[in-house]
Design a protein around this ligand. Sequence first.
Ligand code: SAH
Length: 426
Amino acid sequence: MTLKKKKKETPHNFATSVLNYLNRSCTRLFCSPPTEEEKPRPSMLRHLTSKIKATGPITVAEYMREVLTNPVTGYYVRNNMLGPEGDFITSPEISQIFGELIGVWIISEWMGAGQPKQLKLVELGPGKGSLASDILRVFSQLRPVLGKASVSLHLVEVSPTLSRLQAQILTGNCSQEADAEDEPVYRRGETAAGLPVSWYRRLADVPTGFSIFYAHEFFDALPIHKFQRTEKGWREVMVDIDPEKPDQLRFVVAPSPTPASSVLIQADERRSHVEVCAEGGVIIHQIAQRIAGDGGAALIADYGHNGTKMDTFRGFKDHQLHDVLSSPGSADLTADVDFNYLRRIAGRDVACVGPISQRTFLKNMGIDSRMQVLLRNCSDMGDRFHFFSLLQHSRLARPKTVQGLNMDKKSPAPLPVAGFTELSFS
Ligand code: SAH
């Protein structure tokens, strides 16, 4: 590690110098996770049809929750959905540079917050653990910059199978499952550099304190409710058994209001069809409250829009679009994130920046030369993939004296947030 902590470092020129450093080093150490034998699973379709026969049509949110995260038959219980052999591929799986950039962003925000002594990295939905692994590599290379800060990694992961893959890539054999099934921390481990890693099923179980939260393609996997505007008012879209084909499911519109249709639609809503991810809203609310109370920031990267799109619910299998209702449990289900909704739920206690397109974010991070593969992938993603951030209001205020940072006191501009404005390489 040759990068020295400079005295007159700002988060922005810090990010620039780190990128110069990264340009000269780093390769991801590929470590193939152990392949688990596929266990025979009871059919998800059978499970859903018995449920519907017993209690009537289910909401799309319940359908999505069962299909993706049912502890026995859920899609994420499988271990081979990510990557070229699986159903979809994500940016952290395409290139290590993606994770390195997020690592730089995190350190830059930690500096912007005055370099607190404790830094919790909280990742939601870590997949194979590649993003965390790339971030931690940047952290170990920049150890002198982090000084004596004590860093810990906290992973919110619902899938026991994926958590084992994450443990393998992040800690090798240095992790252990909790003895009791209901422990909030269901696995603990340590990286080779001695950094503690803990696994939780829910964000609510992660200890509080200054934290940088990040989530890549997590919010789009959370259950959405779907609503249709009708002559009688808003009605919830439900999943039912097709009366003509008992082994097939179909969408129906609830004849009367449901609890969700009564509370989740905004009075001034103009669209004719709306998707609302209430679970994502709950998580954003928790993150916003933690940032407002304890300090920190959040970076959310996902397919999404600003409250303009209508029907985005779709499935992916073998890298192809897949009908959301056919062979449930065999394909990934996803819906674009409504950033407008997240912003409204985050409320006034935090500042929100973005969403901006992934292409712009990555370009602003100043890594065109290192990013050919990812940038090519970005054009395929069009305008759908975005970065969105939650910050303490003080982070965007006119700079005063921030502890540990030596800034130009005459500057009227707030400190830029890396990625959301262009880095200057002067
Ligand atoms: N971030 C990774 C993986 C995205 S796939 C990447 O970009 O490559 C979605 C991830 O979220 C998986 O790890 C999945 O198991 C996890 N997940 C999905 N729903 C979840 C929930 N309700 N709570 C916690 N984790 C969840």
